[in-house]
Design a protein around this ligand. Structure first.
Ligand code: GSH
Length: 219
């Protein structure tokens, strides 16, 4: 079993963090062909995105599906809360990240350079992001983590994305405030992530990797 993908991707970071929290030894390997667009990688996964998991030549795509696969194969320690409602809450946080938060990052990435910026696009996405914070606050369970006293699947999805938004959005757009600095449920969550050695170390490494990639958008 090996994971294809680079840590600069918040989706790859999700899987790595999930595996680390579960104590799974998950080797990373170079993408076949060298990059996601290459025919060698497309033959393995026509979706052509990272991460993907190679299980004896069988491709498992999509970060969330990979995490659920790891949970199935290595059920202990669980990467999900013990009760069904808690598991649904943790999965909901991941879904909010993928469906509502992630698309905003792609839009804002194109607005980072002030010389090429469209203020209307920034404003539209700032409003959308403010809504995402309300979704997260509404659907997070009892804390301090996304659901409960330990990090689970939802934290693994949200952590790298929040770390990405710190560099991509809050550092670049004065009108997009950082919710992890304002009193409330998201700050409680972020502080818990920072207080967990595994989460903090992964998020720090991810931020370094993502920041290097940001040079492309700043140019
Ligand atoms: N829904 C996918 C998203 C993966 C994704 O968008 N990966 C990006 C890197 S952050 C990628 O591989 N992009 C390469 C490309 O589009 O060519 C998942 O959860 O794994």
């Amino acid at each position: 079993m090996k994971l294809y993908g680079a840590l600069a991707s918040p989706y790859v970071a999700r899987v790595i963090l999930f595996a680390q929290l579960k104590g799974i030894d998950l080797p990373q390997a170079g993408i076949p062909g060298g990059s996601p667009g290459k025919p060698e990688y497309r033959a393995f996964t026509p979706i052509g995105k990272i991460p993907s998991l190679d299980v004896d030549g069988q491709c498992i795509p999509e970060s969330e599906t990979i995490c659920e696969y790891l949970e199935d194969v290595f059920p202990e320690p669980s990467g999900l809360p013990a009760d069904a409602i808690g598991r649904a809450q943790s999965r909901t946080i991941s879904r909010i990240v993928d469906l509502y938060m992630a698309p905003i990052s792609s839009e804002l990435a194109r607005q980072v350079n002030p010389d090429k910026r469209d203020a209307a696009v920034v404003e539209k996405n700032a409003e959308a992001l403010a809504k995402v914070w309300t979704y997260l606050e509404h659907f997070m369970g009892e804390g301090p983590f996304a659901v409960g006293s330990e990090p689970t699947l939802g934290d693994c999805a949200l952590g790298p994305h929040m770390a990405m938004f710190k560099i991509l959005a809050f550092d670049n757009f004065a009108d997009i405030p950082d919710p992890t600095l304002q009193d409330g449920r998201i700050k409680i969550w972020w502080d818990a992530m920072q207080g967990n050695d595994t989460c903090r170390a992964l998020l720090d490494d991810y931020a370094v990797a993502f920041d290097k990639m940001m040079a492309y958008f700043r140019g």
